[in-house]
Design a protein around this ligand. Structure first.
Ligand SMILES: [Ca+2]
Ligand SMILES: [Ca+2]
Ligand SMILES: [Ca+2]
Length: 409
């Protein structure tokens, strides 16, 4: 039985039944401040920067989610999130708009209203087994030693809602990624209650850290010292011979080898097709902010354009041309104010995309002034209307400079 990481919630899954998981518990230390800052060195940029917080219980940010496209983040279905919850990423709070539950796994994707400025690449290869992974969680810390007569694990301690990172080695990859709790280095961890939704990142053969899994649960996670389970407790345990454990029924741990708890993680690579159907046109495999479809249309392949390059030498990078919805292969197609008519009401004309929003700003400063102030010339951004797009300012100054801003919603 695999126990998903949220205490009290039981999920039926094809492999048996599971109890959800939460905060990381380390083999090497019970120090609650261990690994509470972004990993450095060989593990720098291994996913910490792509963790967002997901909660319906503010001021506590209970779970984690990972942005995977401009308007989508992925988390664990068994967290039970609803549209009334908030998602917070890099200090910005995002509004959930739509929920997509995977019928075949514990994955859940949410569409949000406001766009993400960055998002994580996905692990799509099926070679996860044997690779190390970096894990993020914000659940329970390590509690009391399980048994005083021997060291075989720790009970789940208090929940401090602090994000931590740890590592483990993936030893199996089928429906879930599996990793054992057996002391593999100073950062080895397993998940505990409220770590659900946290990400597991693996480095691919090209050296890019990618989202490979979402924390699901542990097997077993509930133990007892008697056959009835009357004094049951949750624990991180690397040797449960001599203890009773719950696996659909109470069983006794026995045998000739140590019984190590196994962590199960919902696998991204086997659900990639479903993920791409949800995020659709926003799929951006190389996470350079240019969607695959746009790179395919204008470049050599779905990942063949360089965002910072100016392919057609018109002075605008490919990323700027995507934002403005201009043609990155046509030197005559770029973002500009076409002309202005200066009457009582001053109107700017431009070629505007119907898929982009525009706003005019003005300043009465000289453009060479330090601390130039730009003011909106009209209240709200407006959608482009094609080659005849126009915006009339409501400002009344006699001498001003205008500028036009384009936004990708
Ligand atoms: Ca791209
Ligand atoms: Ca260009
Ligand atoms: Ca162009």
């Amino acid at each position: 039985m695999k126990n998903p990481l949220r205490a009290g919630l039981l999920l039926m899954i094809s492999a048996g039944f599971c109890l959800p998981a939460s905060a990381l518990i380390f083999y090497s230390t019970g120090d609650a401040s261990h690994n509470t800052n972004a990993p450095a060195g060989a593990l720098e940029n291994s996913g910490w920067q792509w963790q967002g917080e997901w909660s319906g219980n503010q001021p506590y940010w209970e779970y984690l989610g990972t942005p995977i496209a401009r308007h989508y983040f992925i988390t664990a279905k068994h967290t039970g999130g609803t549209a009334s919850w908030d998602f917070r990423y890099n200090g910005v709070t995002y509004t959930p708009l739509a929920q997509y539950e995977d019928a075949s796994s514990d994955l859940e994707i949410w569409k949000v209203k406001e766009p993400f400025e960055s998002y994580a690449p996905l692990y799509t290869d099926s070679d996860e087994s044997g690779k190390g992974c970096v894990i993020f969680g914000r659940g329970n810390i390590r509690g009391a030693v399980l048994e005083t007569s021997r060291t075989n694990g720790w009970k789940w301690g208090a929940r401090d809602n602090v994000m931590r990172w740890g590592t483990n080695l993936i030893t199996g990859a089928s429906t879930y990624l599996a990793a054992d709790f057996n002391g593999g280095g100073s950062n080895e961890c397993v998940v505990a209650d409220k770590d659900s939704g946290g990400a597991h990142f693996i480095k691919d053969d090209a050296g890019v850290w990618r989202l490979a899994g979402i924390s699901y649960g542990l097997s077993p996670s509930t133990f007892s010292t008697n056959s009835s389970g009357s004094n049951s407790f949750n624990a991180a345990c690397f040797e449960y011979r001599g203890l009773y454990y719950y696996d659909g029924s109470w069983k006794y741990g026995s045998g000739g080898q140590p019984l190590e708890q196994t962590m199960y993680t919902t696998r991204i690579s086997t659900r990639y097709a479903w993920i791409t159907t949800v995020i659709g046109d926003e799929l951006d495999q190389d996470v350079d902010l240019l969607p695959d479809w746009w790179e395919s249309e204008h470049g050599a392949s779905a990942t063949g354009m360089v965002a910072s390059a100016d392919t057609d030498s018109d002075g605008f990078t490919n990323l700027q041309e995507w934002i403005a919805d201009t043609d990155p292969t046509d030197t005559n197609s770029f973002f500009e104010i076409d002309h202005a008519v200066m009457l009582t009401n001053q109107t700017l004309y431009f070629i505007g995309s119907t898929a982009r929003q525009y706003q005019v700003f003005y300043t009465t400063n000289d453009l060479a002034d330090a601390g130039l102030t730009w003011n909106p010339a009209h209240p709200d951004p407006v959608w482009g209307t094609g080659s005849n797009s126009e915006i009339t300012g409501t400002n009344t100054e006699n001498t001003v400079f205008y500028r036009l801003r384009v936004t990708l919603p």
